[in-house]
Design a protein around this ligand. Structure first.
Ligand code: FAD
Ligand code: NAP
Length: 498
């Protein structure tokens, strides 16, 4: 059977755009990538993040299957190292030739010439033009468009010399020097910036956040967390989707007490190691119910700075900016503030997609309708790569990209019908809404902590002959291994479009 060579647009030049461009190019398609910034890298492009940023994922969990991170990189590489690594991947596969930088995709509309596919409206060098494509891979990430929050009194506060910025604008930490800094948010960006501000000589730092969450340190009880938490044996203890049938239910009931004890043990360890009680930072929800893509890794130095009282935590949010460079919090407290940093996250969405297609994609409660985190049957000739979070996003993007090209070419071993996809989407929505609310984070576009289950599905759909390592012990107790996944991908049927 001949598979038609398609003209494919890849929107975004971060981890996911690079993965998608390579997957479609490898199969013989004509790829045009569009990146609105001046460089590849997405969130790792230096002008997009603060100077001290480093990965949360260990380096062997944050790499492409054919391209390990360099041996001399630390276990958790710094932002510029990840950026250089992504460039080296693009160089290795000649991906730069496929991309147009400084090119923004303003909108996409169904083609008007009666052909399948989309017309993209592109802004570049002050010009706007359109171009037709047979298929579009959206790779714009979840963390591109900052969430903007304003509170009463901001204009006067700024006029009086105060500064207000989103976490992604905190690219020069020297602005904290000698200043009273207030950080809003309780996730990873917030704690990173709170620590960085003090290290750069801030006079005071308040961390204002809504509620306590479980945080995982790089080393739990002295052991690298990848050896404890990223394994099938751990993953099956969370309530994953599709666990139906009498045998699975009986097994679940039998193992429940052991699972309960395991997680209470983990909570006790975290409480003792981090001193959570002392800082009134014990989360309300049991850890097994809360683990999702939004669980932050502890910023090194964060708990030490809480201990010395230099980071002052407050549970609440901002109420208004007050005269004399002060902030009124919802707790009633009035705190000194020269710089307010809003580490409040990102706006999720596909703003360049027509409204009627957005309505088919997004439910009224903000949950996304996507099959295998990649496609929606009502949105033809397009799919997503990396429109989801995980704890090993690079590997996840590569697997989804390889799945998506086969889907686009009708070459999945289990090519799903629209009916089957919609049934699966409904099942997943029901699971998120009723069985595992933590999975609703980031619009339900999160695969953690179910990496193995998700990867198994993708590989089986692709017709892989292998999706587990031969050694059952390594498979049960080892973390997802990029090299092994490369070998699994190599067992999928080969084909080429022409
Ligand atoms: C500070 C930070 C640290 C992180 N650390 C980790 C980690 O340790 N481990 C982990 O697994 N994940 C981490 N993440 C999550 C991270 O988002 C992913 O790992 C991954 O980098 C996402 O890549 P992406 O290509 O999907 O998206 P992005 O990196 O966001 O790239 C999307 C690209 O699309 C471009 N774009 C958007 N809209 C348009 C448009 N209309 N036209 C043209 N181009 C467009 C953007 O400019 C951007 O370059 C981190 C995220 C942040 C913000
Ligand atoms: N590798 C790294 O070192 C690193 C660094 C930074 C970020 N990241 C990753 O990047 C992603 C985004 O992280 P992020 O920290 O930027 O954003 P985020 O995870 O979306 O967190 C946003 C935070 O802002 C809070 N918030 C939102 N609205 C608020 C309001 N009105 N008042 C008070 N608080 C409010 C949220 O609280 P609620 O959750 O209670 O709403 C949450 O604590 C995550 O996947 C993260 O792991 C990684």
């Amino acid at each position: 059977m001949t598979i038609k060579r398609k003209k494919v647009a890849v929107i975004g030049g971060g981890v996911s755009g690079l993965a998608a461009a390579k997957a479609f190019d490898d199969k013989g398609h004509r790829v045009s990538g569009f990146e609105r910034s001046h460089d590849f890298g997405g969130v790792w492009e230096p002008s997009r993040s603060y100077p001290d940023v480093q990965t949360q994922s260990p380096k062997d969990l944050y790499c492409f299957t054919d391209h390990p991170m360099p041996d001399d990189y630390p276990e958790w590489p710094k932002g510029p190292q990840v950026h250089a690594y992504l460039h080296s991947y693009a160089d290795k596969h000649g991906l730069a030739r496929l991309f147009r930088l400084n090119t923004n995709v303003r909108s996409m509309d169904r083609r008007g010439d009666g052909q399948a596919g989309w017309t993209l409206t592109l802004d570049a060098e002050g010009q706007t033009r359109t171009e037709d494509f047979d298929f579009v891979a959206v790779c714009t990430g979840q963390f591109s468009d900052k969430k903007v929050l304003t509170y009463p009194g901001q204009d006067d506060f700024v006029a009086a010399g105060g500064q207000v910025m989103h976490s992604s604008e905190y690219t020069d930490s020297s602005i904290s020097e000698g200043k009273d800094v207030v950080v809003l948010g309780g996730s990873k960006s917030a704690t990173d910036i709170a620590v960085s501000a003090l290290e750069k000589g801030a006079k005071s730092v308040h961390l204002v956040y809504l509620e306590n969450v479980w945080r995982v340190p790089y080393f739990v009880g002295g052991i690298n967390f990848k050896r404890l938490l990223y394994m099938r044996a751990q993953e099956v203890q969370f309530n994953g989707w599709g666990r139906r049938g009498p045998v699975k239910r009986a097994l679940g009931a039998l193992t429940q007490p052991l699972i309960w004890a395991n997680f209470r043990g983990l909570e006790t360890l975290l409480k003792l190691q981090l001193g959570l009680k002392k800082y009134n930072m014990v989360p309300k929800a049991p850890i097994e119910k809360e683990v999702s893509c939004s669980v932050p890794i502890v910023t090194p130095g964060f708990f030490e700075l809480l201990k010395t009282g230099r980071i002052k935590p407050v549970i609440g949010t901002f109420e208004r900016y007050e005269e004399g460079r002060q902030l009124r919090l919802t707790t009633g407290d009035l705190v000194a503030c020269d710089v307010a940093i809003l580490a409040v996250g990102w706006k999720l969405g596909v703003p360049f997609l027509p409204r009627d297609y957005q309505d088919k994609l997004i439910e009224s409660d903000g949950q996304y309708r996507v099959y295998r985190l990649a496609v929606n049957p009502e949105l033809p000739d397009m799919g997503f790569v990396g429109f989801n979070s995980s704890f090993c996003t690079v590997l996840s993007a590569e697997l989804i990209a390889n799945w998506l090209v086969r889907y686009a070419d009708g070459q999945l071993a289990k090519q799903p019908t629209a009916k089957a996809m919609n049934e699966n989407i409904e099942m997943m929505l029901d699971w998120k809404r009723n069985q595992r609310p933590a999975a609703k984070t980031y619009g339900g576009l999160c695969s953690a902590p179910f990496h193995f289950q998700h990867f198994d599905e993708l590989l089986q759909d692709m017709g892989a002959r292998k999706w587990k390592r031969s050694n059952p012990l390594a498979e049960q107790f080892g973390h997802p291994d990029a090299k092994a996944y490369g070998a699994f991908l190599a067992t999928t049927p080969e084909y080429r479009a022409n």
